[in-house]
Ligand binder design. Structure first.
Ligand code: MN
Length: 228
């Protein structure tokens, strides 16, 4: 045993539908990957190259956990997203080989301090603390691709307190999963345990304490967490 200054924490791990645990390394996120959401955020829906930001692994809110409302915001927005779980690492991955690097998929929510993000955009500051704060990434069970395949279409939706807020189709992604993996792997060497959040359809909006968020992606799974 090396002489650590303190005991290293165990890896953040997400339960897999088959009962195993998926140890998480990093979380990468794609900005603006559905045309209608790009428009609602004031962007040009033209097919510009995707851009990425990150969240720490310990920002995950695991299945069955509540989501504590963070400080320093009055506008906590939900973004329902397909999450890709990388099982095999690689750099400069070709799109035609990209899906062989995927272990599985999950439903996720990219929680955003929208007021802080708007200020950061206006002042040309980084997004880190508007996106990568504690409990900013609720996730559902990971479904192995060996069981569900590689969903490229299907309903993606999020409801709050039983009312649908976001509804779209994976087929409307500007950059589909193989392209996202290929492009991201030019910037970083992907590693087993990496998660990728693949962008959100339109309808992002604020939640408050007490709200129940319920997400669903057809063929992938569900997610349920209460803001407390
Ligand atoms: Mn997002």
């Amino acid at each position: 045993m090396p002489d650590f200054v303190f005991t290293p924490p165990p890896p953040v791990s997400v339960p897999v539908a088959d009962g195993r645990l998926f140890p998480v390394r990093r979380i990468f996120c794609v900005g603006r990957n559905y045309e209608a959401h790009a428009r609602e955020m004031g962007g040009d829906p033209a097919r510009e190259p995707p851009f990425f930001f990150t969240k720490p692994a310990d920002a995950l809110v695991l299945p069955g956990q509540n989501t504590p409302y963070p400080g320093e915001t009055a506008s906590l927005h939900h973004e329902i997203e397909l999450m890709v779980a990388i099982g095999t690492g690689g750099a400069q991955i070709h799109p035609s080989a990209a899906l062989s690097h995927v272990f599985g998929y999950a439903v996720g929510i990219d929680l955003t301090r929208r007021d802080m993000q708007a200020e950061a955009k206006a002042l040309r500051r980084p997004w880190d603390l508007s996106k990568g704060f504690d409990a900013s990434a609720p996730i559902g069970l990971i479904a192995p691709a060996s069981a569900i395949g590689h969903p490229a279409s299907g309903r993606i939706a999020l409801g709050v307190n039983g009312k649908i807020r976001q509804e779209g189709d994976l087929a409307d992604q500007i950059w589909p999963v193989p392209d996202i993996i290929a492009i991201l792997s030019r910037f970083v060497a992907l590693a087993p345990g990496d998660l990728i959040m693949t962008g959100t359809p339109e309808g992002v909006n604020a939640v408050v304490k007490g709200d129940l968020m319920e997400g669903e992606i057809s063929g992938v799974g569900t997610l349920r967490t209460r803001v407390v």
